[in-house]
Design a binder for this molecule. Sequence first.
Ligand SMILES: [Ca+2]
Ligand SMILES: [Ca+2]
Length: 224
Amino acid sequence: MPAKSKKNFGIKRQEMAHKADHLCKMKNCHFSKQEVERLLQLFKEFTKAVNTEIKRGKGGIDRSKFRDILHQHFDMTDDVLMDKVFRAFDLDNDGYVSEEEWVLGMSVFLKGTIEEQARFCFGVYSMRGEDGYISREEMYLLLKNCLVQHQQEEDAEEMQKDLVELALKKMDVDHDGRVSVEDYTKAVAQDKLLMEALGPCLPNSKCRDGFLELVADEKHKQRF
Ligand SMILES: [Ca+2]
Ligand SMILES: [Ca+2]
């Protein structure tokens, strides 16, 4: 490697180590500094040649790339849910998952506590930025999306309506006819099976372990 690019490489490594040090100390980050560095390296790989905005401190992983990642690494196939997961990662709603959103999002996605993951799922299901509740109608649409394979059945609509009432009964802890994030976290704390009741939006254990292995892969790290 020529001296100049070797120097640049050194500076970039230092910058990344510094960022990783800052991110791993955030209170909601469950990764070690090494794991954060590796996540930042993956971020770099995923955004390579995608957009130049990153150089100006903006941009990041766009919606379509993020969907590819969910599909490839987490076996997700449902476009509607994948878009919602993207929006749950994109906290500032600028259309990109930034480095910080990526690391903190993955912290919840892969290693979150039950409460953090319940809040994440709630964020996926509720139309974030609107009223902050899951209404009966929204629940109906989410369940309809889950149960799309039963669409031909004549009584499918009735079944979906019954399911909505059942789900609402379990989740609407304060009985005001809609599900708030407090309702949701309380309901999930009581019964973990309710976590992804409105659609799969967290990785299954096989995908989670596979991705965590990628994050912990020391050999791969040497390439950077
Ligand atoms: Ca963003
Ligand atoms: Ca409620």
